[in-house]
Design a protein around this ligand. Sequence first.
Ligand SMILES: [Zn+2]
Length: 133
Amino acid sequence: MWDNIGEKIKGFAKFSAWIGIIISIIGGIALIGFSAEMRRGGELYFSLGIVTIIFGPLISWISAWFMYGYGELIEKTNAIEKNTRSGISANVMTGNISSPNDWICNKCKSANRETALFCNNCGEKKLEDVNVL
Ligand SMILES: [Zn+2]
């Protein structure tokens, strides 16, 4: 029920945009219909109807972007979290990484102890810009 919230938000954004567009168009047509039956002040309702038909869908659409974008943000963040976790846990399971300051050799990709100044596999020097987990 609470899985893939990002995807749900994106779906709801699309759905609410369409609802907004449909309601705006129907409302605008209704206002224009009203104006035709009015003896006085019909022009006001007519222009109100036109404005609703033009700007209603536009506003519904644009506001849906933000909701859609938020959904996408959640989705991407979840994907990154999942990737990061599986990467770290794989190393923990194989016993390669035990401390968060352990480092990966740039040359051979072996995991090394935080205290090691050289790679225990290939002897490459630990670099300043080395990939610290
Ligand atoms: Zn190495």
